[in-house]
Design a protein around this ligand. Structure first.
Ligand code: SAM
Length: 224
């Protein structure tokens, strides 16, 4: 079985079994607590991605969130744009996100869609001014899939846009960041040096790695 199919099957099982736990590694008693965790993480991540801006001033036309799960971050992230596309390889994650939409997206700004996990064929070149992907690319199972995603993100990114993708850059250390439940889909690390060299060859605009966020992952950011 190829790694993209393995990853899709894994996330389908996760979405049916216990999506909140698989998404955050935590148990929640209420939906509201789970979605509140998305607000905390978006505030933190936007502040890191846009260090020179007050996040309240951020305002995008069109946001793409890759690996949106059930919408934990999407329902707050859409406040920073006119519209948001949330895409995920798991049909069940997307089905649940749409179910939550009535409560958490009353303005109907979001379109949730299933994606193939490899590229963004359904989107035209230069469609988005912000592309965001959090805790997703470390679970693709292989490095080629990450590079395929990065290449196609660059195609759909507007020339005035910014892309931010969280990527595994360090070996997993037992007892620290290693959860054996992800063993079958863990992406091997891609060093920061390799990432920057890939981005330079692919002619990404102004690629940079943000200061280390966690032990094993880093944000690759490019664009204005
Ligand atoms: C750990 S969850 C994170 C969900 C969401 N980003 C959040 O923080 O709440 C990872 C999600 O990414 C999805 N996923 C994994 N690989 C993907 C890929 N290549 N493209 C799109 N979605 C993917 C999974 O189905 C799952 O919903």
């Amino acid at each position: 079985m190829n790694s993209s199919l393995r990853s899709t099957e894994f996330w389908e099982r996760a979405a049916k079994k216990d999506p909140y736990y698989f998404i955050t590694n935590k148990k929640y008693r209420r939906d509201s607590e789970f979605f509140a965790s998305g607000i905390v993480s978006i505030d933190k991540n936007l502040a890191e991605i846009f260090p020179d801006k007050d996040i309240e001033d951020l305002s995008f036309d069109s946001i793409l969130e890759i690996g949106c799960g059930v919408g934990r971050e999407s329902f707050y992230l859409c406040d920073f744009g006119k519209r948001l596309y949330g895409i995920d390889i798991s049909k069940t994650m997307i089905k649940k996100a749409i179910e939550f939409q009535r409560e958490y997206d009353p303005a109907d700004k979001i379109r949730f869609e299933v994606t193939n996990g490899i590229n963004f064929k359904s989107f035209d070149d230069s469609s988005f001014d912000f592309v965001y992907s959090n805790i997703t690319m470390q679970h693709t199972g292989d490095i080629a899939t990450v590079f395929s995603n990065l290449t196609d993100i660059n195609r759909i990114l507007r020339s005035d846009g910014v892309a931010a993708v969280l990527i595994r850059t360090k070996e997993l250390k037992k007892d620290i960041d290693h959860n054996p439940m992800f063993d079958e889909i863990d992406t091997p690390p891609i060093s920061e040096k390799e990432l920057l060299s890939f981005a330079a060859k692919a002619k990404f605009r102004n690629p940079r790695i943000l200061p280390q966020r966690e032990v094993v992952t880093s944000w690759l950011v490019w664009g204005v």
